[in-house]
Design a protein around this ligand. Structure first.
Ligand SMILES: [Ca+2]
Length: 354
């Protein structure tokens, strides 16, 4: 059974590195030979670029495909779900060729609705993080969505067609927007861990937290922290769990005239908290991928990350609704050992300041 039955909209592969490029309707798949892949991307210790697709191509898209931020993979349905800051849900069916992402088909588009069935609006519609329940239990058709919202911080459950089903109980301080660095710096990242349950993360360290470190919040009150790659400007914008329980965390630095956007993908391994009241334990971490500066053609405002399988992950960019930015779906292969639970233990060294 397929959950998304809407009209088929084909999104074409795009050649990264061409600002403002509108891909032709029958563009060939982007290939390694067409990319100037930086040396850092070919290192066995770094993630490897495996194709990209432009999603907001006005020539192809029949739906509003802007400000896409949250991303999650439904293995049972073979679909990518993504949510927009504008309060809607999009279903994408990726298409691969030779292990590379070559296209993505929009199969459905739904507004996220409130408890009364009305489409979300204004600050209430600022959906940023996405995770799925029952998406890998071998039963197609029973997935549920968990969506985190930023300006009105909450995590709510939705059907795959955008119907509100209820909200999760968050630790009290996370539900109060006044406890964040600012009104637009709340819950951006969301993931469901097989051991530690629902994890969420704020875009920037909150007042009282250690500067230069991101904190992950468990729904039971446990917390973990890890160091920012860009200590001054980095923002936590995405989170996804690998099959072995390690996490991928997406960090984005804001656009600057010197560097454009800068992106870092962290591999995290959470240490068991000694108790729910324990002060923030360390998450072992290392950086798998950086984009930006010397890699400017590959960097955009990436805000969503989703594990595809033990060896691959997707990233999606938020175009902010701006004509000079792009909505892109990227596909990467993890470096050897990164998804088997051994890589982080061997390579990481995170200092716990507490
Ligand atoms: Ca399922």
């Amino acid at each position: 059974m397929t959950l998304c039955l809407g009209s088929q909209v084909l999104c074409f592969p795009v050649e990264p590195g061409e600002p403002g490029h509108a891909p032709p309707r029958h563009a060939p798949p982007a290939g390694n030979s067409r990319l100037a892949v930086p040396a850092s991307h070919t290192s066995p210790k770094r993630a490897l670029f495996r194709g990209s697709v432009r999603l907001d191509n006005p020539a192809a898209a029949k739906h509003d495909l802007h400000e896409l931020s949250g991303l999650a993979w439904a293995k049972d349905e073979q679909l990518l779900y993504t949510v927009s800051d504008r309060g809607y849900l999009v279903c994408l069916r990726p298409e691969f060729e030779g292990g590379r992402l070559r296209a993505a088909h929009v199969t459905a588009w739904f507004p996220l609705r409130d408890a009364e069935g009305r489409p979300l609006r204004d600050a209430a519609a600022d959906s940023e993080g996405l995770e799925l329940l029952r998406a890998d239990d071998g039963l197609p058709g029973n997935s549920l969505l968990l969506v985190s919202f930023e300006r009105d911080p909450r995590v709510c459950r939705y059907s795959p067609t955008g119907t509100w089903l209820g909200c999760e109980l968050l630790p009290d301080t996370l539900a109060d927007i006044n406890t964040y660095a600012s009104a637009n710096k709340a819950l951006e990242a969301l993931a469901l861990h097989p051991v530690y349950g629902l994890l969420s993360g704020a875009e920037h360290p909150r007042p009282g937290e250690t500067a230069g470190r991101f904190t992950l919040y468990g729904d039971s009150g446990a917390r973990w922290s890890f160091p920012l790659h860009d200590i001054r400007h980095g923002a936590l914008v995405g989170l996804s769990v690998l099959p072995d329980g390690q996490l991928l965390a997406l960090e984005r630095s804001p656009w600057s005239i010197l560097h454009g956007f800068r992106i870092a993908v962290h591999l995290l391994e959470l240490a068991a908290p000694t108790s729910p009241q324990a002060r923030t334990p360390t998450a072992r971490s290392r950086v798998l991928l950086t984009l930006g500066a010397q890699d400017t053609p590959l960097a955009e405002n990436f805000e969503g990350i989703a594990v595809h399988d033990a060896r691959h992950f997707f990233m999606i960019s938020d175009d902010n609704g701006m004509p000079f930015q792009k909505g892109l779906l990227y596909y990467f292969q993890l470096p050897q050992g990164a998804g088997d639970g051994a890589g982080a233990r061997e390579k990481s060294a995170a200092a716990n300041p507490h």
